[in-house]
Ligand binder design. Structure first.
Ligand code: CO
Length: 209
């Protein structure tokens, strides 16, 4: 890709936006109050705003390899804290995607250097759900299911945090697990029943706030 082209694209975009609304950027500069925090994969094919059809200012976005929320990851923890405590979002979405390279890599035994500790978090998901996953003989289907279970486990990691538990009690903040199917372009709501999961996990992770 020609990097110069990107600046031309940007100039065209600025002109188009200003033609539609001459105060567009002036209004954007006043601040943000997004209602949704989206945590997704860095994969270049999974563009957060475009697939949701939302505009700048609508969604606070965090992306990393395989949409992870590791308990000690300062980056995702800071994003959650800021979005929930300061921006006061009412929805937290963890969005995985089928054909995820990160999840695929975690199913293989390759040594990937610095990526190893990151991918171990996904291997932990596999271990937690080993029985269900090992019972799926079709490898592609097992891979798809691991993508879904990884979303579920990252949602649980979101729920473990103090700020999310507090916002859940104070304003009924909702956590959603979604998968984007690259093959069809469809966004799928996994409709994870958090009430059941919460009963199981909160015994351990509940914080008195
Ligand atoms: Co991915």
């Amino acid at each position: 890709m020609d990097i110069k082209q990107i600046f031309e694209n940007n100039q065209n975009w600025v002109e188009n936006q200003l033609n539609l609304d001459s105060s567009y950027f002036n209004d954007l500069s006043k601040g943000q109050s997004p209602d949704i925090l989206y945590i997704g994969c860095s994969d270049s094919r999974v563009t957060a705003e475009e697939l949701m059809g939302v505009l700048p200012g609508d969604v606070f976005v965090h992306r990393n390899i395989a949409n992870m929320v590791p308990n000690t990851d300062l980056s995702s923890m800071s994003v959650i804290d800021y979005a929930v405590k300061h921006l006061k979002v009412n929805h937290v979405v963890v969005c995985g995607h089928y054909y995820c390279g990160g999840v695929k890599a975690a199913m293989e035994s390759k040594d990937l250097g610095i990526l190893n500790p990151w991918l171990r978090n996904i291997r932990d998901v596999y271990r937690t759900h080993r029985e269900e996953l090992n019972s799926i003989s079709d490898e592609d289907k097992r891979y798809q299911r691991l993508v879904e279970l990884n979303v579920q486990e990252q949602c649980i990691n979101v729920i473990k945090t103090a700020e999310v538990q507090k916002a859940y009690r104070e304003r009924n903040l909702a956590v959603h697990g979604w998968v984007f199917d690259i093959h069809s372009g469809r966004l799928i709501d996994l409709k994870i029943d958090f009430s059941e999961i919460l009963k199981n996990v909160m015994e351990i992770y509940r914080l008195d706030i």
